[in-house]
Design a protein around this ligand. Structure first.
Ligand SMILES: Cc1ncc(COP(=O)(O)O)c(C=O)c1O
Length: 382
């Protein structure tokens, strides 16, 4: 087959598997001799004579060709319009900021990412937003929806790893007239598709598994509705929380290996969870991929993979610290989703209702046997 520009783009549109899409997403139809990926555009300003709306690019806080290419890729994968932000929290703030006004009700999980709760309980509640909370597990979040403007979901929830049914909760929220946003950081767009499950916003910290190399901070929001997309774009320009072109270019480059990385990470996470389940020193083990996990059934229905994060509890703070100190391969660090396996005693930060010995472990891409060996010897030291 002769690969003309047109035949390449048609081929891409017909490809259904998401593992293929992550590699080709965002690439423009290729002309002969053209690089697959456009280079990084580092620009504060562009030649833009006359009416600025006639120029695709005018000023670097409003738009950038490197963002455009990455957003096209994310949009294809999310089945919506994607807007990239300087961090995951900038993406969270953009959704809160464009939807919530004084007197509005925000319903959110009591066990979601701590800083998202801090932003809601701090700035937004001081500005007059009423914040109601319920646990992620079960259908708790369906109950406080009367009069709600926005239902915020995070599934699997960080760090406890409970899972909720996005489609069912979205239906319940829409019946009450509320918008629904899903923080999809832990699962990634490969793990589940919030917009296809009916949600209005899919948001993620792309500092984690989506980019996966622990070398950048980034976030994005995806929506189907053009009006919401317009508000999110204006918010980015006016607040000025814009991503650096270098970070965005690196993110797009990393996106193409997302499925390969996640396949390995999820396999390692499951093996680690199964191994931890055999230790008498471990309690409170959570991994949605384990058949015995309380989230297993809904996760199996809704998720394409169960993620790289495993949570478990050791006897106390001292045992958890000793475990982490004894790991030779697994790096003691916060965050998750990267190619390097990491773990931390999560209670050291405060803010989550978890035991002192709670450990959040993120399985990387190392050899699975090496990781199990490392965990075995670290548990022996406890
Ligand atoms: C679930 C979740 N959402 C959002 C964020 C915020 O992302 P960022 O650190 O990129 O601002 C994090 C960060 O840990 C997270 O875990």
């Amino acid at each position: 087959m002769k690969w003309t520009a047109q035949s390449h783009s048609i081929t891409r549109r017909r490809i259904m598997k998401i593992g293929t899409k992550v590699i080709h997403a965002g690439l423009a139809p290729l002309a002969q001799g053209q690089a697959f990926s456009e280079g990084i555009t580092l620009a504060a300003t562009y030649h833009a004579p006359g009416d600025p709306s006639a120029s695709p690019y005018s000023y670097g806080r409003n738009h950038n060709p490197t963002w455009t290419q990455f957003e096209r890729a994310l949009g294809e994968l999310e089945a919506g319009t994607a807007i990239t932000y300087a961090s995951g929290m900038a993406a969270v703030a953009a959704v809160f900021g464009t939807t919530l006004r004084a007197g509005d009700v925000l319903v959110m999980p009591s066990d979601c990412y701590y800083t998202a709760r801090l932003l809601a309980d701090g700035f937004f509640s001081e500005m007059g937003v009423q914040v109601r909370k319920a646990a992620t597990a079960g259908d708790g979040l369906a109950h406080p929806l009367d009069g709600a403007k926005l239902l915020w979901l995070e599934t699997p929830a960080n760090p406890g790893l409970d899972v909720c049914d996005i489609a069912a909760l979205t239906e319940a929220a829409h019946r009450k007239g509320a918008l629904v946003a899903v923080d999809n950081t832990t699962a990634t767009i490969l793990g589940q598709s919030p917009l296809r499950l009916g949600a209005d916003f899919s948001i993620a910290s792309d500092s984690k598994a989506l980019t996966g190399h622990s070398d950048l901070i980034l976030g994005h929001v995806a929506v189907r509705d053009a009006l919401l997309a317009g508000k999110l774009l204006s918010w980015r320009s006016q607040i000025g929380a814009v991503p650096g072109p270098m970070e965005v270019w690196l993110a797009h480059r990393s996106l193409s290996t997302l499925e390969v990385r996640l396949e390995r990470q999820c396999r390692n996470a499951l093996a680690i969870a199964e191994h931890l389940a055999t230790s008498a020193k471990v309690t409170g083990l959570r991994y949605p991929g384990l058949a015995s996990d309380p989230s297993h059934e809904v996760a199996a229905r809704q998720m394409r993979h169960r993620g790289s994060v495993v949570a478990f509890v050791l006897a106390d703070r001292e045992s958890a610290e000793r475990f982490l100190r004894s790991c030779k391969l697994i790096i003691e660090a916060t965050s998750f989703g990267g190619v390097h396996s990491t773990a931390e005693r999560r209670a050291r930060w405060g803010g989550d209702r978890i035991p002192e010995g709670f450990i959040r472990l993120s399985a990387g891409c190392e050899d699975g046997g090496d990781l199990i060996d490392d965990i075995t010897q670290a548990l022996e030291a406890v």
